[in-house]
Design a protein around this ligand. Structure first.
Ligand SMILES: [Zn+2]
Length: 87
């Protein structure tokens, strides 16, 4: 017996499936690893390719907004990375 690497259920290990209990779990695990981009995101990335940025950080911030909207934004001042002040 082994435990499915996706859902954790025990299943008999055979030569065909060593990691996942079913094909569905194999597929789901694969989709989790490689999330598909939505068409709108691909389009936004193409815009990044053709856009001009004031700095690398400005481009990083645009990429972050597309790919990881849940992460905190990179602070920019006039298109450049904002340097935190120590006061
Ligand atoms: Zn499973």
């Amino acid at each position: 017996m082994g435990n499915c690497e996706y859902c954790g259920s025990p299943f008999p290990r055979t030569r065909k499936t060593r990691k996942y209990c079913t094909n569905r779990c194999k597929t789901n695990a694969c989709l989790d690893k490689k999330p598909r981009l939505r068409a709108a995101e691909v389009e936004a990335l193409h815009d990044v390719l053709h856009a001009e940025f004031a700095s690398v950080d400005a481009m990083r911030e645009r990429l972050r907004a597309i790919l990881a909207p849940d992460l905190p934004p990179i602070p920019l001042v006039e298109g450049r990375a904002a340097i935190p002040r120590l006061d």
